[in-house]
Design a protein around this ligand. Structure first.
Ligand code: ZN
Ligand code: FE
Length: 257
């Protein structure tokens, strides 16, 4: 019931706008429309009409297209209640645990603060799809612009507990540069080595590396692995250290990598 189809749209230098379609009803959402024109063009090409915008957070490269999309299509804008003052045209303010329908598809809202305080993730359980903006990236995570390392670690540990077959649709194509950092943290992680080869092969052909499977993230993304002894050691901390502190040190090192 209510499974969605997802179409990627690559905009600006490395942003993804995800176009979601629930075929039974034709409900169609754009997640994080940085710009409007490419979204309108893609919708015209696909023959889809926009009914919703889902905003994970208020950064301009995620909401820039909202005013024009709303004017052109009359779509309903869904975003964080906490960010009502900074998401343009917000129609449906949502928060932790809320469920809303995209046509026949149920979408669950998770509050995942860290990158920003109001950051949301949209989980579509029946389609095993997670739209997580700039919180969890394939092989990485977002910078801490507003939240603390403790908040981000708590957000990431919630995301990593979703079913392993969940596909992670993040906001940017950063996998290859994230992989370079990940390799410095876990040199002996065989799953990571294999994944990096796969990522390099895709990028060599100009293909997207997103989405990734959550169970692959759990095995290879250092920011989901701050409670692994080897990851603590890699940042000069005792195995068994508070994972939020290990995570903080990982994030600090990535910021200057
Ligand atoms: Zn952002
Ligand atoms: Fe972003």
């Amino acid at each position: 019931m209510g499974r969605i189809v997802v179409e990627p749209l690559s905009v600006l230098s490395d942003n993804y706008v995800w176009l979601l379609r629930e075929p039974e009803t034709g409900a169609t959402a754009a997640v994080d429309p940085a710009v409007a024109e490419p979204v309108l063009d893609a919708l015209a090409r696909l023959g889809w009409s926009l009914t919703h915008v889902l905003a994970t957070h208020h950064h301009h490269d995620h909401i820039g297209g909202i005013p024009t999309l709303k004017k052109e299509t009359g779509c309903t804008v869904v975003g964080a209640r906490a960010d009502a003052h900074r998401i343009p045209g917000l129609d449906v303010p949502v928060g932790e645990g809320d469920l809303f329908m995209l046509g026949a598809a149920a979408v669950r809202v998770m509050e995942v603060p860290g990158h920003t305080i109001g950051h949301l993730a949209f989980w579509v359980p029946d389609s095993a799809a997670l739209f997580c903006g700039d919180t969890l990236f394939t092989l990485g995570c977002g910078r801490l612009f507003e939240g603390t390392a403790e908040q981000m670690w708590a957000s990431l540990t919630r995301l990593r507990r979703l079913p392993g077959d969940t596909m992670v649709y993040c906001g940017h194509e950063y996998t290859q540069s994230n992989a370079r950092f990940a390799r410095t943290v876990e040199r002996d992680n065989e799953a990571l080595k294999r994944r990096v080869s796969g990522v390099d092969a895709l990028r060599a052909r100009g293909l997207p590396t997103v989405p990734g499977r959550l169970d692959d993230e759990n095995e290879t993304n250092p920011f989901l692995r701050a409670d692994q002894p080897g990851v603590a050691r890699a940042v000069g901390m005792e195995p068994g250290s508070d994972p939020a502190r290990v995570f903080a040190e990982l994030r600090r090192r990535k910021d200057v990598f």
